[in-house]
Design a binder for this molecule. Sequence first.
Ligand code: NAP
Length: 320
Amino acid sequence: LRVARGTGNLRHMSLWALVKGRRGASGFGFASTAEEVTAGLDLSGKHILITGVSSGLGRETARVLGGLRGARIIGLARRREQAEAVAGEFGPGAVSIACDLSEPESVRQAVREVQQLGVPLDVLVCNAGVMALSERTVRHGQELQFLTNHIGHFILVTGLLPQLVEVGRVVMLSSAAHKYVPSGGICFDDISFVHGYHPWAAYGQSKLANLLFARALARRFKGTARTANALHPGVIGTNLQRHMNPLLTQVGMPLAAAIAFKNIPQGAATQSYLAVHPATATVNGEYFSDVNVARSSRYSRDDALGERLWTWTEGVVAAL
Ligand SMILES: NC(=O)c1ccc[n+]([C@@H]2O[C@H](COP(=O)([O-])OP(=O)(O)OC[C@H]3O[C@@H](n4cnc5c(N)ncnc54)[C@H](OP(=O)(O)O)[C@@H]3O)[C@@H](O)[C@H]2O)c1
């Protein structure tokens, strides 16, 4: 269904988005777009760092917050050329930095480059991610989804905290898939799935880790004006599905997208709202979906589990 135009591209809205018009307490809902949730905001003077700007939700978030609303975007991508190729959409002064989240030295180099910019960071949007690798893949001794989605972002965010402004925000892309995890949530006995790898359990565990990390950061921010929150953006057809069965992605996905998915502008709404909207300036330690507070899993609200993961991650990072 072709119902809205923007930036020269037709945007397809699913049947579900058309019927699910109900808006939540925020005044926004399932079908709200990043442009809508940031309408009227002037972000000039703000510096917003976003990982995974080369495609999908990260690219749209950078386009709206930078290109339309005036923030200066510090765009991180696996390779610098990928970020440079799209930086023209992100407004004047956009910076392109290489950051391969699965390579600790690349992440540390990105931290150094951001430090060298010497600018205060208003928002960190931890958006990059990889999903459901069909084969168990291990790098630096860690399963690749956990390494990329959680450990890479842990190094990046903890490295940049000194540069985050007093009212700075950290926004972590989690997923509703954080609920599809092994018993215990984080399987400390076998985090890298040496025994019985399952693509969705591995993705779910990494997305639970994103959520636990956001909440652990939020606890550390208590008593300050900084915030950390996590979110599920919705289900959106993007490059994220590249590791799934080709038959499913080429035949099933377009059909599912037409019926029930969000489009990319809608998918980028919740992270944009958490990143810059005045209504979320003091919201800390929450989980959002469809641009509203949502209930996350029991494991994600287990503070002891979150602290254990923090300590475990610090130990792993120190050895990487
Ligand atoms: N789409 C959905 O339905 C959905 C649902 C729930 C949650 N999410 C979450 O939303 C976030 C954005 O996903 P998306 O849908 O926009 O997918 P996408 O289009 O595939 O974008 C993901 C971004 O992450 C980057 N990335 C992957 N591995 C990386 C690495 N090792 N180092 C640096 N960057 C890396 C990708 O770069 P390359 O192109 O170089 O790989 C890409 O720019 C992810 O965290 C995902 O888990 C998405």
